[in-house]
Ligand binder design. Structure first.
Ligand SMILES: [Zn+2]
Ligand SMILES: [Zn+2]
Ligand SMILES: [Zn+2]
Length: 142
């Protein structure tokens, strides 16, 4: 039995070829847009609709097998690294995204001085800056 099948079964999800293909694509790593995921799934399966990929991603996210992130100004992206409380650093130049380990590892990792009576369960932390490539490009442009 492949790892993908074990993962799906462990979360009580039915094993289907599109689900296995999407898991396989996400396992390659990175933070992928739905278009990119669909393109790579089609290299593995002949016919799969974009809507089917959306449905698979929604099911995987609900089951904790993928994580959806949506940095401001960027389309939603999906990654296999789910279940930890890692953060992201996003490049203002090219949109490149990298993982940043959370110092505490569990949400919420920042405590507000006052939460106005809210029961806080998450602090959404996104770091912004310039990736190494864009830093180099900036130096060349100057
Ligand atoms: Zn960049
Ligand atoms: Zn990530
Ligand atoms: Zn944190």
């Amino acid at each position: 039995m492949s790892t993908g099948e074990e993962l799906l079964r462990s979360r009580g999800l039915r094993v289907t070829r599109p689900r296995l293909a999407v898991l396989d694509v996400l396992a390659d790593g990175g933070h992928l847009e739905v278009d990119e995921i669909t393109r790579r799934v089609r290299e593995r399966l002949d016919s799969v609709s974009t809507q089917a990929v959306y449905d698979v991603l929604a099911a995987l996210s609900r089951a904790g097998l993928s994580r959806r992130i949506e940095p401001a100004g960027s389309p939603a992206r999906y990654e296999a690294r789910a279940g930890d409380n890692h953060h992201h650093v996003v490049c203002r130049g090219c949109g490149e995204i990298a993982d940043i380990d959370c110092a505490t590892g569990s949400a919420p990792c920042l405590a507000p001085d006052t939460a106005h009576g809210f029961e806080v369960d998450e602090a959404e932390v996104t770091f912004w800056g310039l990736c190494p490539t864009c830093q180099t490009r900036r130096l060349v442009d100057d």
